[in-house]
Write a protein that binds this ligand. Structure first.
Ligand code: NOJ
Ligand code: CA
Length: 515
């Protein structure tokens, strides 16, 4: 597998295109808007973008319900506009990953319409159908009573997202509709997905974030079937697009990286304990929490995945409650001092860099439900609609944060003490030290148990850097694992070095180069 060198120093920015920047006054973000704001993203220090689905869709799940994989959603622009956006991104030395949704389509997709027909055709086996209208596939919700054909069709997420058929790892003999992964139907589905990847890679995207990557093959408890499927995809990419970068929405790096993904996310679901740090009653960065389970799982994952790829920690994403609901002020800065000093490529969810808040009390928009409040328009400045759009306020995709003191990028640019400037500083220090980047090693020296700091030594390219994050109310001393030499970052007071010990003030963070 190709290494994809640019990932070594990558910092990603996630764009939810609906809410980023509207240029034609229809209240919804668009490709041109993203192009206009690329310099902002570049100045922040991000080197790459992940953009949520931008394909033609009825938008019952914000675009994760694709109607046509080959067509940009008209509300964002044309395929040519998207190609032009790729060009603008590359001109700035940046990269972009599109969002691949291989597990299901919209029920409005032409494949599904054909698949519903009574007469056998090319798409009859494209989705998971049982042979009894009253029997849903085991463990799945299903669409029943909507087709000419006999059978129930399994859905992956919402009811309008029929599951594509990649087969069953262990088909049950008494259920002949469960097809093995090498049956013609499942094989054709996978080839169709490769064609879609070809199309966008040829147009100039640099790879994909893959939605629900572990879910494609059913009855596959240990994920052996789906690991083999992704290895097959990687082999195809290595032959035709060796530089295509892949990140999985999976959360089990030992498995996803074995499947050939370069990167996997540590997520708000799954076993990572990610939420212990940021999103729970007592998040670690709030000062009274406990990071030790996170550290334990992190170390296990690191050992199991054997340096095969990157474990990526996001500040948030379009499915999580905003970081600023649980953390505020310097707590947010400390969370970023963590994110920007961990191995793997960090992902910043748009607006988290200015501490955008979770907007409470919204009705669901496009299948967002409780996620809707994390998807509100980006707050650019103090002008109308926070500079997001010139549409009347009631025409905006999602209501803006109504608070008078809502943060904006513009105000924070002008404030040296702002979160935005802190994040910029952290990203730029990371860019200067290989040890802090994706592939530098990590050794934990304090696991962040109750009342303890989280501290670790990053190393690479002949340098060792100690990171101490002390969100607690007490002064703490940690054994640095080397002699502290030079402080390259501090928050909330300077840490004091004494021999090979470091003493950090309450609610402070520091990055220290060791001799
Ligand atoms: C995960 C995506 O991140 C989420 O937004 C979507 O609703 C589901 N997958 C279904 O595709
Ligand atoms: Ca628009």
């Amino acid at each position: 597998m190709n290494e994809v060198k640019w990932l070594d120093s990558a910092v990603f920015y996630e764009i939810y295109p609906q809410s980023f920047k509207d240029t034609n006054g229809d209240g919804i973000g668009d490709f041109r808007g993203i192009a206009e704001k690329l310099d902002y993203i570049k100045e922040l220090g991000c080197t790459a973008i992940w953009m949520n689905p931008c394909y033609d869709s009825p938008f019952l799940d914000a675009g994760y319900d694709v109607r046509d994989y080959y067509k940009a959603a008209p509300r964002y622009g044309t395929n040519d506009d998207l190609k032009a956006l790729f060009g603008e991104i590359h001109r700035r030395g940046m990269h972009i990953l599109l969002d691949l949704v291989p597990g299901h389509t919209s029920w409005e997709h032409e494949w599904f319409r054909q698949s519903c027909r009574g007469e056998r055709n090319e798409f009859t086996d494209r989705y998971i159908w049982t042979d009894n209208t009253w029997e849903a596939p085991e463990g799945m919700n299903a669409l029943i009573g909507i087709a000419e054909r006999v059978g129930a069709c399994g859905v992956n997420f919402f009811s309008h997202q029929p599951a594509l058929n990649y087969g069953y790892y262990k088909p049950k003999p008494d259920k002949p509709w469960q097809q093995p992964t090498d049956a013609p139907g499942p094989k054709a589905t996978l080839e169709a997905m490769k064609d879609i990847m070809r199309f966008w890679l040829n147009m100039g995207c640099d790879g994909f974030r893959v939605d629900m990557a572990p879910s494609l093959i059913k009855n596959d408890e240990d994920r052996k079937g789906v690991i083999a499927l992704w290895q097959d995809v990687r082999a195809f990419l290595d032959r035709e697009f060796p530089d295509a970068a892949m990140v999985s929405e999976w959360g089990e790096p030992d498995k996803s990286l074995l499947g050939g993904f370069h990167m996997d996310f540590l997520l708000h679901f799954g076993p990572s304990h990610y939420n212990d740090l940021f999103r729970c009653d007592k998040p670690f960065f709030g000062g009274e929490g406990d990071a030790s389970e996170f550290v334990k799982t992190y170390k296990e994952n690191l050992a199991k995945s054997g340096g095969k790829g990157l474990m990526c920690i996001p500040s948030g994403n379009h499915d999580m409650i905003r970081l600023a609901k649980y953390l505020r002020g310097d707590e947010l800065k400390m969370a970023f001092a963590f994110l920007m000093s961990m191995p793997g490529a960090p992902f910043i969810y748009y607006g988290d860099e200015i501490g955008m808040r979770y907007v409470e009390g919204l009705y669901s928009v496009e299948g967002g439900y409780e996620r809707t409040g994390s998807r509100s328009p980006m707050q650019w400045d103090g002008t109308e609609n926070a500079g997001f759009s010139t549409a009347p306020a009631d025409k905006l995709y999602i209501k803006l944060d109504p608070s008078a003191d809502r943060p904006t990028a513009q105000a924070q640019m002008n404030d040296p003490g702002s979160l935005l400037n802190e994040v910029k500083k952290l990203v730029s220090i990371r860019a200067e030290h290989k040890a802090l980047q994706s592939r530098g090693d990590i050794v934990f020296v304090s696991a962040g148990g109750p009342g303890e700091p989280l501290a670790y030594v990053r190393s690479g390219a002949g340098e060792r850097i100690l990171v101490v994050l002390n969100p607690t109310d007490s002064k703490v001393t940690v054994a640095a694992g080397g002699v502290p030499d030079r402080q390259i970052y501090s928050l909330g007071g300077t840490a004091e070095a004494n021999g090979s010990d470091i003493t950090a003030e309450p609610r402070s963070a520091c990055w220290y180069v060791l001799r």
